[in-house]
Design a protein around this ligand. Structure first.
Ligand code: CCH
Length: 300
């Protein structure tokens, strides 16, 4: 008979992805969001949907779109991401055959490309979990500060290592902080990393290497009472303790230097790492194809 807990069917082959993309592009350019364009928060949604993956137990990850459910929706790390999820809801309604799990990733990929980033191969096939039974526990996403530099570096390696990433991939992925900003009402931190927060570039790495970063003391003429963060001499740009950790650790810093000098290299490595991130825990039918397996084995 039928399995009791049969997974929802993947209907992504019935989707006009070009049309979906056009609607995401419309959202990215919507005047309604003139003050703060949606691109960066959509990238953060794709990352947080994926970054819960645990390679040891093969749980978490973007499959399932479990951030709709508690406790994941209430994880402090996900504060503000309901904004991104709500922006995409009308597109989900318009394309019922698109799973939310695919849409969240496709929106992030499209946003990166539209903001001038590398093209990233997108494969559909994620399905939406019908209930909260596969929701990962909270606390799997990185904290921006674990105290002294060594603890923060170790934390970054623990979290991204759990997903299966090496030092180089960790640094490449962090380059997404060229985009967007921190919001005091979401994370407690304030400000953008770069002066062009809707342009995907290697600017984050260049600024890490070239600016003088010191602990933020004041904000708009008053004492800064938020958590420890760093500012450039103008006070307009910021870095989190976890960003500064990348230049406090020799191995991490090596890659910061490479990407600060070589944007093409950064784009290439980022595109590969972001695809890997957003496919963690997802099984695609073509992965079971013997020829694909063989090609991977030979070409790596
Ligand atoms: Fe991040 N990120 N991130 N981040 N992030 C924040 C915002 C963005 C950490 C902490 C924060 C990645 C890695 C890390 C984006 C993409 C990526 C914020 C501010 C914090 C805090 C949230 C707010 O207040 O709105 C930490 C810690 C790590 C790793 O150790 C990775 C990896 C990616 C993507 C590949 C993007 C984009 C934003 C901007 C969001 C916005 O709304 O502008």
């Amino acid at each position: 008979g039928e399995a009791m807990c049969e997974l929802p069917k993947d209907k992504s082959d019935k989707v006009d992805w070009k049309a979906v993309r056009a609607d995401i592009c419309k959202l990215l350019e919507d005047d309604k969001y003139e003050k703060e364009p949606p691109g960066p928060v959509l990238v953060r949604l794709a990352w947080h949907a994926s970054g819960t993956y645990d390679s040891a137990t093969k749980t978490g990850g973007s499959n399932g779109a479990t951030m709709r459910f508690t406790p994941e929706s209430t994880d402090g790390a996900n504060a503000g991401l309901h904004i991104a999820r709500n922006m995409l809801a009308p597109i989900k309604d318009k394309y019922p055959n698109v799973s939310l799990a695919d849409l969240w990733i496709f929106a992030g990929v499209t946003a990166i490309e539209e903001m001038g980033g590398p093209s990233i191969e997108f494969r559909p096939g994620r399905t939406d979990a019908p209930d909260a039974s596969t929701v990962p526990p909270n606390g799997r996403l990185p904290d921006a500060d674990k105290g002294q530099p060594n603890s923060t570096c170790q934390h970054i390696r623990d979290i991204f290592g759990r997903m299966g990433f090496n030092d180089q991939e960790m640094v490449a992925l962090s380059g997404a902080h060229a985009l967007g900003r921190c919001h005091t009402d979401r994370s407690g931190y304030w400000g953008p990393w770069t002066r062009a927060p809707t342009t995907f570039s290697n600017e984050y790495f260049r600024l890490l290497m070239e600016e003088k970063w010191s602990p933020k003391k004041t904000h708009e003429g008053k004492k800064w009472t938020g958590p420890l963060q760093y500012e450039d001499p103008t006070g307009e740009l910021m870095m989190l303790p976890s960003d500064i950790a990348l230049i406090q650790d020799k191995e991490f810093k090596r890659w910061v230097e490479v990407y600060a000098k070589d944007e093409d290299r950064f784009f290439k490595d980022f595109a590969r790492a972001f695809k890997k991130l957003t496919e963690l825990g997802v099984s695609f039918p073509e992965d079971d194809n013997i020829l694909v397996k063989l090609k991977k084995l030979v070409l790596g």
